[in-house]
Structure formats: C-alpha cells, structure tokens
Design a protein around this ligand. Structure first.
Ligand SMILES: [Zn+2]
Length: 150
C-alpha cells in the first residue's frame, strides 16, 4: 500500500503537474474518446501504456477475460458499451485479449476453477442474487440462461 501512496504523490508532483492543461480541458469540456477499449482485468494489461494514449483517449471496460456478455445479462458491460456508443459517440471498438489469460485458461480447463464457482454460487444464493447463479450456471454449461425457464 505504501508504494501506491508514494505513486499518487509522484503522479501529482510530476505527471499531473506537467499535464495540467490536459486535465483542465478534460474537466471543463468532458471526455470525448474515439475508442471503446474492452480488455481483461489482468494487471499486466495496461491499455494506455500499450496504445501510447493519454487520459481521455480511451473509454475502458475491463472484466475478467474481456468478455462481452449478452446485453440482457446483469453487470455493467452492456451499459458501458451503450454509453460509449450512444452518449460518447466512440467510433472504434476494440476487444483486446492477451497471452496467458487466466480466464481463458479456466474456460479450457473448468475443473481448475470448479471450487471458485461453487463458492460464488453459494455466496450469490445467500445474498439473493439468483440472476448471478443463472449467469454462472450458463457459463458452466456454455449456454445462455436468461432465467426465462425455457
Ligand atoms: Zn485475462
């Protein structure tokens, strides 16, 4: 944690100090990114670094495995995509995967994460999040399950 606090101080004194006009412009005029960039939550994927872009240039959606679920499933991905396209007017959509993705490895070897799925289903049940159970069930079977009872 100490490293992160130190990093914030360094960011403020160096990067932010050297880019004040950019941040002022973004604060006053809002964001107008041209690109929606959907990628994995993996800490090794750093979108602005690998695309050499500045704050305000990429609208980011991150989740485990850079997965774009069906629009009617719960979660924020569909809402973020709709916002990026309909409100921000992005013109490019990029889905960026990466090597050694744990989510993709889990899809190829579901038994390796079976214990995680059981725990999550139990937790979802205790919180009354039945929709999450359906999503997990569908991810395990590979079929969409919108809970419609079909
Ligand atoms: Zn990944």
């Amino acid at each position: 944690m100490e490293k992160l606090v130190e990093g914030v101080h360094t960011f403020r004194s160096q990067y932010f100090a050297n880019h004040r006009s950019l941040f002022r412009h973004l604060a006053e005029r809002g964001q107008k990114p041209e690109t929606l960039f959907i990628t994995c939550a993996d800490s090794r994927v750093v979108p602005n670094l690998i695309t050499n872009t500045e704050p305000g240039e990429l609208f980011l959606v991150r989740n485990v495995g850079n997965i774009v679920p069906r629009a009617n499933l719960p979660g924020g991905t569909a809402a973020a995509i709709e916002y990026a396209i309909e409100v921000l007017g992005v013109t490019d959509v990029i889905v960026c995967g990466h090597t050694h993705c744990g989510a993709m490895q889990a899809l190829l070897d579901p038994a390796s994460v079976e214990h995680l799925v059981r725990e999550e289903v139990g937790r979802a049940g205790r919180t009354g999040a039945g929709h999450r159970q359906r999503a997990l069930r569908s991810s395990r079977t590979g079929r969409a399950d919108d809970g419609g009872g079909r």
